[in-house]
Design a protein. Structure first.
Length: 200
């Protein structure tokens, strides 16, 4: 079997490099956020925060007001950021893929992703050569403009780039842009999935 050559791997942050935090917070403290209507409202707010049109504080205030949460904004922040844990097996594997360009692209609520990277000591060049944060770029997954921006920044053709994300919709967006994609579940599944690629 001829393996597809990959010159750049782009990892998502939440649900891939780190776990817990935001989704766990919604499930435990905002059960109405997880209803069909609640998910739609949260998604609309998330998009605005991911684009940088809402600060993290504004996002959490709206979440508290719409869903009647009895938590302070600072407490909500701590419950999300402090409970994000690094996927240690994946973090151990990433440096071994260093033949290729390694980047991180996160849809971030304000500067939350930057804070998580700092607190988990993930913002060094040991793991990622480039870090792209949606709220700073004003570009979000799964919008095509976001993927094209990343591809240009990494100086690779779409077919030479692999997107790794836990959300199918983001992988579908990457594939529409011509990229390869893996829906991340765990490090063992990821190891199996990358066997069909050659990293150059």
């Amino acid at each position: 079997m001829i393996k597809k050559q990959i010159r750049a791997i782009v990892f998502d942050l939440g649900g891939v490099v780190v776990h817990g935090g935001y989704l766990d917070f919604l499930k435990h403290f905002c059960t109405t956020c997880m209803t069909p209507e609640g998910k739609k409202q949260v998604a609309r707010l998330e998009r605005q925060a991911n684009l940088g049109n809402l600060t993290e504080r504004e996002f959490l205030r709206k979440l508290r007001w719409i869903f009647g949460l009895h938590l302070s904004v600072s407490r909500m922040h701590d419950l999300i950021v402090d409970h994000m844990q690094t996927d240690k097996r994946l973090a151990h594997l990433i440096p071994k893929l260093k033949k290729t360009r390694i980047a991180l692209f996160s849809n971030s609520i304000g500067n939350m992703a930057v804070e998580v990277l700092h607190k988990r000591h993930l913002n060094s060049h040991r793991l990622f050569g480039r870090v792209f944060i949606s709220s700073r770029l004003h570009l979000v997954k799964p919008d095509q403009k976001a993927y094209h921006y990343i591809l240009r920044a990494l100086k690779v053709k779409p077919r030479e780039a692999l997107m790794v994300d836990d959300r199918l919709v983001n992988i579908q967006g990457a594939r529409k842009a011509g990229m390869e994609g893996i829906v991340y579940k765990n490090s063992a599944q990821f190891r199996r999935a990358i066997r069909k690629y050659e990293f150059v």
